[in-house]
Design a protein around this ligand. Structure first.
Ligand SMILES: [Zn+2]
Length: 86
């Protein structure tokens, strides 16, 4: 609802001033990404991942991961993916 109202108002206002695009800082972008992709709770499998990988380390990895841009993250994921067997 708010969006519709805002757009309508925007159109009616004579646009002498150029709209300032809100530039997001890199830090803000990273924060957005992390908000969109919150760290998942650790699994509870037989390998005792939660015990082996402390919460602090998980957070650190999560932070590092989201500091990279989209392509870097894709590359990283591909590099970690096991090659298909056939
Ligand atoms: Zn596990």
């Amino acid at each position: 609802m708010n969006d519709i109202i805002t757009k309508h108002v925007d159109q009616d206002v004579p646009s002498k001033k150029k709209k300032k695009k809100k530039k997001k800082s890199k830090v803000q972008k990273i924060q957005d990404q992390k908000d969109k992709h919150p760290m998942l709770p650790s699994c509870s499998c037989k390998k005792k991942c939660a015990e082996r990988i402390p919460e602090d380390l998980r957070k650190e990895i999560h932070n590092l991961f989201w500091q990279h841009d989209y392509n870097e993250r894709l590359d990283w994921l591909h590099s970690k993916r096991a090659p298909r067997a056939n």
